[in-house]
Design a protein around this ligand. Sequence first.
Ligand SMILES: C[S@@+](CC[C@H](N)C(=O)[O-])C[C@H]1O[C@@H](n2cnc3c(N)ncnc32)[C@H](O)[C@@H]1O
Length: 263
Amino acid sequence: MTQIAVGYKDKTDIDLAKKIAHQWQLNYIGDVASVDQQSDLLFLLQVHFQHVELIKLDEPKLGAIKVDFVDGAVAHRRKFGGGRGQDIAKAIGLKHGFTPHVLDATAGLGRDSFVLASLGCKVTMMERMPIVAALLENGLARAKLNQDITDITDRMSLIYASSIDDMTLATAPDVIYLDPMYPHREKSAAVKKEMRVFQSLVGEDLDADNLLAPALKLAKYRVVVKRPSYAEPLDNKKPSMSISMKKNRFDVYVNQAIPKPTA
Ligand SMILES: C[S@@+](CC[C@H](N)C(=O)[O-])C[C@H]1O[C@@H](n2cnc3c(N)ncnc32)[C@H](O)[C@@H]1O
């Protein structure tokens, strides 16, 4: 059982830290400076000037992970990325005149969701891990305060649930996007520091094969699965087509053709 607690770094964050602990049913430990290094805590969710960050206590050098749609890597990608020419956009089926409602049923830190929302999609995110949902909710709430990107964040919402059990909580998605954790082959040194914290928190989504059937049932047009290049298809089911990239690929399962643009 992963030992996780919530605390604050600055007294101005006490109320938010308590609220988060209550909402996500996590232990509240008060001032993070009071954490005993000998404790059996593995992860600490710390509130720092209204930002929620996660640190791995036995590897503090890996740094903190947080969801930052305003200044983080996804914000950079929004400004300088490849727009609708990106592989993810092609896989989702973004075309002139077709901007689907996407259910990101394995939302994680919301980076792919933010890219899709930046491209105009309405995105419903679903995440089952309370601690990840807490990071995501805080990142989204802060991003919604930034007027430069409200057109994007207004299109994003979060449902805290397991998409294997409760995918239908999302209303009428056109496209369902799946990016479950996969056993990692890369040497740990090659994996970015923050991803190492994330991987050790989430582990491997060993039940990921069970996502495909409910997704195929619910998606109006298609299901898109992100896989490492070396991985077999999800649930060993051959996709209708694949888009290959350097390290990953998108497997696309077509339920019905995307509507042609109206003149
Ligand atoms: C690889 S991460 C997704 C990364 C995400 N695409 C991004 O851009 O940040 C996988 C996430 O899916 C979540 N997940 C796995 N199975 C799930 C399920 N059945 N329901 C909801 N979330 C799930 C995991 O908890 C984890 O946070």
